[in-house]
Design a protein around this ligand. Structure first.
Ligand SMILES: Nc1nc2c(ncn2[C@@H]2O[C@H](COP(=O)(O)OP(=O)(O)OP(=O)(O)O)[C@@H](O)[C@H]2O)c(=O)[nH]1
Ligand SMILES: [Mg+2]
Length: 388
């Protein structure tokens, strides 16, 4: 269901994208009798060694890839060369999973050549599919390339198909042989095509070994090979995207788009989760920082409150001390005043007492004098009486 949506998207993208054309590079003319050479197409994943094999077999000098970048961009045909006196031409094709172009663009490049050739009656004698024996396993890319290859060829042509493994010199013999057996016997690898008539052969890297591979096709050649894609495009007038190979290609591209989309979604999800984590971490740090600042502020306020309380306590003690001193002074003054008052009172009492004693003495003196005066008077009166 998901892939159907991606398939629609891929088709829409392909219709809006101008595709690569190989037609100007190869001029295909209707064969004349003396041009009836055996044409063999070489296919396989990018970097599998197609061009190298062609150069070795035909002594051509097509450009061979050096780095990870795909090399052959267009379909190219060698000049005619001889294998056991039979004229042979090899067709170099770009591999799928090109580093710069879409698989559909590559399929179109190959289909353009095959259609043009078929239209002018130039058919293939066979197809060689190259697989590196050094590949540790049939990766997703290798499987996809092979699936596309099968769709291009179809089932009926498999007797004229060779699955050729190369790079045997780059790996230990026993490992290579084990891998070859695995590739030949695995349902997901080459077993079905070998059962349907294809042949698995080794290329040792020499011209002779390359010619042995070609010899197999030449010996096996039972007539012109018309690939499925040629029938569909020329005889059935289908659009490329409606052919088995086109549909498979779009299907693969849709799967790839879906995989990329899912990867992108997972990446976005991961990034969002990381961003969320970062945000949470930031928030946590911010809250911690805020809490720290507030705690410091609270501690500062508390310290200030303690300082103010201490100051108040100190001032109160000072005031109490002053009040105590004042009271002490007042008590001392009162005591002194009382003593003064007592002293004065006693002085006054003494004075009063002295005055009273003095007054008593004076009263007694006065009494005495009065009595003295009375006595004298009485004496005088008695004298007077006597006199009388
Ligand atoms: N050791 C070893 N290296 C090889 C062999 N064939 C090819 N190579 C190396 O593999 C690399 C790719 O070779 P090419 O012939 O350009 O491969 P291709 O399939 O034409 O690649 P595209 O044009 O990109 O599709 C080059 O570095 C070659 O030297 C082989 O039989 N043995
Ligand atoms: Mg090449």
């Amino acid at each position: 269901m998901g892939t159907r949506k991606y398939k629609r998207r891929v088709v829409a993208t392909l219709r809006s994208t101008p595709l690569h054309h190989c037609l100007p590079l190869i001029r295909i003319q209707s064969p004349t009798m003396d041009e009836l050479d055996f044409t063999i197409a070489i296919m396989g994943a990018t970097g599998s060694g197609k061009t190298s094999f062609i150069n070795t077999a035909s002594e051509s000098d097509f450009v061979v890839g050096q780095g990870l970048q795909s090399c052959t961009e267009d379909v190219k045909m060698t000049n005619t060369f001889r294998v056991d006196d039979r004229p042979v031409r090899l067709v170099d094709t770009p591999g799928f999973d090109d580093t710069t172009r879409s698989d559909f663009d590559i399929l179109k490049t190959i289909a353009d050549y095959l259609t043009s050739a078929y239209k002018v009656g130039k058919t293939l004698s066979g197809v060689i599919y190259i697989h590196r024996i050094t590949d540790t396993r049939m990766s997703g890319i290798s499987r996809k390339n092979f699936r596309m290859f099968r769709k291009v060829c179809g089932e009926s042509t498999l007797k004229n198909v060779v699955i050729m493994t190369n790079m045997w010199g780059s790996i230990e013999r026993s490992i290579a042989e084990a891998r070859e057996a695995e590739l030949a016997n695995e349902e997901l690898c080459f077993k079905p095509v070998l059962e349907a008539g294809a042949k698995m052969l080794r290329h040792a890297g020499t011209r002779e070994s390359a010619h042995d591979v070609l010899r197999h096709i030449l010996a096996n050649h039972g007539g012109p090979v018309v690939l499925d894609i040629q029938k569909e495009l020329v005889d059935e007038h289908k659009d490329l995207e409606k052919t088995g190979a086109g549909d498979a290609c779009i299907d693969e591209m849709a799967k790839e788009a879906e995989r990329r989309h899912q990867e992108e979604m997972q990446r976005i999800q991961r990034e969002m989760e990381e961003a969320l984590k970062r945000k949470e971490e930031e928030d946590r740090r911010r809250i911690e920082e805020e809490t720290r600042k507030r705690r410091e502020e609270a501690e500062r306020v508390e310290a200030e409150a303690r300082r103010i309380a201490e100051e108040i306590r100190r001032q109160r003690e000072e005031q109490e001390r002053r009040i105590r001193e004042e009271e002490e002074r007042a008590r001392e003054q009162a005591r002194r005043a009382w003593e003064e008052h007592e002293r004065r009172r006693k002085e006054l009492e003494w004075e009063v007492k002295c005055a009273a004693e003095r007054a008593e003495r004076e009263r007694r003196e006065l009494q005495r004098r009065i009595e003295e005066a009375r006595r004298r008077q009485a004496e005088r009166d008695s004298l007077i009486c006597i006199v009388q």
